[in-house]
Write a protein that binds this ligand. Structure first.
Ligand code: PLP
Length: 468
């Protein structure tokens, strides 16, 4: 039911007088509406019930386990929401004078320092608003760095196990994408790579751990090969919850990378809210980082715009500040040892599920799993839908593309053993159903208001507008 269908002509919230908006008279006639907007006419109670009931039809991390691989749908501590909503932080304005923004500057500087330490890099920009935005920023940095040396080069190498946004970012930055296949262990083959790298290659863009949940064991060798030809190593670090506190990309030859604060660092992912994709770089790339940069002097913090080699702004103002506050609160609450334990728990949970499920489902790659594991099954889509009947959100279906029938499962560090056992039991029981009662699975879900939908029609002929 749409809220428009609840609408009844003239229905109002009685406690609200019409035209009560203060300052309405200050709006010049030219800018005022001449007709009423087409809004639903409902009472306050109608509106509250409508949205509350809608929210109860949804899956969410607050109600159910959400093992959506590659997305890190973990539970984020509520206390970090409270910190981000601290009055002085919530109402701050980016045009506020520097003298009144010193606390906010200190938060940004401290977060940059913390992320540099976690990644083993030298400098960080907090501006990019998402992971893919960080990728684009990163490849523009690669271009600026190489141009300063006289030749921007032409190609960026992207393994077939990379996240789908990687080739898109490469194209948007004006480079050609060159694919390199991974081997049967789901890893980049250093020898095949060595044959591809020439003086036209600007960089490799490597997701690590990659989308198979596998750590690129030859990453040091990969970096050596690229560097020997004057090319750079960009790491997609969206999966940093598999590494933080254990392994630092800066230590194994990565020149620049992005992080997804809305995966690893305490902002909920997938809620449609703002995200953040900071980019961390080695010192040689620092002069090119987006404008402005924070500067500290005896008079305090201020913005430095005097940076002639910068790629310029990539976003209005300085990043999604609330997300940055949550990230710093999360990092400080955990400390180094806590971050490390969170990472170890993420790895333990993924490997525990893998062991429980391996007797029942075919694992896609025989390499150690990091924070997620990928199985394959011909009925991967139907099994995912059937999981809904068991009270779980589906895993990621048919991604990564290099695994036919992929079932990509990421439990994250925040789930308990009890929950993982229930989830494994559900998948094992569905594997039996597929054999004994395939109809039950292929027509799932049965417990939802809307049952199996025609996905092709939904994609090709979506009904996006309600008409009276
Ligand atoms: C999620 C993800 C991205 C994209 O991040 P967005 O914030 O959705 O743009 C890129 N790479 C990997 C490996 C990811 O998991």
């Amino acid at each position: 039911m749409l809220i428009f269908e609840l609408s009844r002509k003239g229905r109002r919230n009685p406690s609200q007088a019409p035209h009560a908006a203060p300052g309405l008279n200050a709006i010049p006639d030219d800018y005022r509406r001449t007709s009423r907007p087409l809004l639903p006419e409902v009472s306050e109670l109608d509106a509250v019930r409508h949205y509350t009931n809608l929210s109860r039809k949804n899956f969410s991390i607050d109600t159910q386990f959400y093992p959506l691989g590659s997305c890190t749908m973990k539970y984020n501590p509520r206390v970090n929401e409270a910190v981000a909503r601290t009055e002085g932080l919530m109402w701050i304005h980016p045009y506020q004078p520097d003298a009144l923004s010193q606390g906010a500057f200190a938060i940004l500087a401290e977060l940059e320092r913390a992320l540099a330490e976690i990644t083993g890099m030298d400098a960080v920009t907090l501006q990019p608003a998402a992971g893919a935005h960080g990728e684009l920023t990163g490849i523009l940095l690669v271009r600026a760095f190489l141009e300063a040396q006289g030749n921007a080069r032409k190609k960026v190498i992207v393994p077939d196990s990379a996240h789908g946004t990687n080739p898109a970012s490469v194209r948007m930055a004006g480079y050609e994408v060159v694919n390199v296949a991974s081997n049967d262990r789901g890893m980049l083959d250093a020898e095949a790579l060595a044959r591809m790298v020439d003086e036209d290659v600007a960089a490799i863009m490597i997701t690590n751990p990659n989308t198979l949940g596998v750590f690129e064991e030859h990453i040091t060798e990969v970096a050596r090969i690229l560097h020997s030809k004057g090319a750079l190593v960009y790491m997609d670090g969206a999966n940093m919850n598999a590494l933080a506190g254990i392994s630092r990309p800066g230590d194994y030859g990565v020149d620049l990378m992005h992080l997804n604060l809305h995966k690893t660092f305490s902002t909920p992912h997938g809620g449609g809210g703002p995200g953040s994709g900071p980019v961390a770089v080695k010192r040689s790339l620092e002069p090119f980082l987006p404008l402005p940069r924070l500067r500290h002097a005896s008079s305090g913090w201020s913005w430095n715009y005097d940076r002639p080699q910068s790629i310029g702004r990539v976003r209005a103002f300085y990043g999604n500040f609330g997300v940055l506050v949550r990230a710093l609160a999360y990092i400080m609450a955990h400390g180094g040892e806590g971050m490390r334990r969170a990472t170890l728990d993420a790895l333990l949970n993924a490997n525990y599920l893998r062991k429980l499920l391996e007797p029942h489902y075919e694992i896609a790659y025989h390499a150690p799993s990091m924070h997620e594991c990928v199985f394959r099954h011909a009925s991967n889509g139907a099994i995912a839908k059937r999981l809904i009947d068991y009270g779980f959100h589906p895993y990621t279906v048919s991604f990564p593309l290099i695994v036919h029938g992929a079932m990509m499962i990421e439990p994250t560090e925040t789930e308990s053993k009890q929950e993982l056992d229930l989830f494994a039991d559900a998948l094992i029981s569905i594997a039996e159903e597929v054999k004994e009662n395939p109809e039950l699975v292929s027509t799932a879900p049965h417990s939802t208001r809307t049952t199996k939908v025609d996905e092709v029609a939904a994609a090709r002929k979506p009904i996006l507008k309600w008409s009276r």
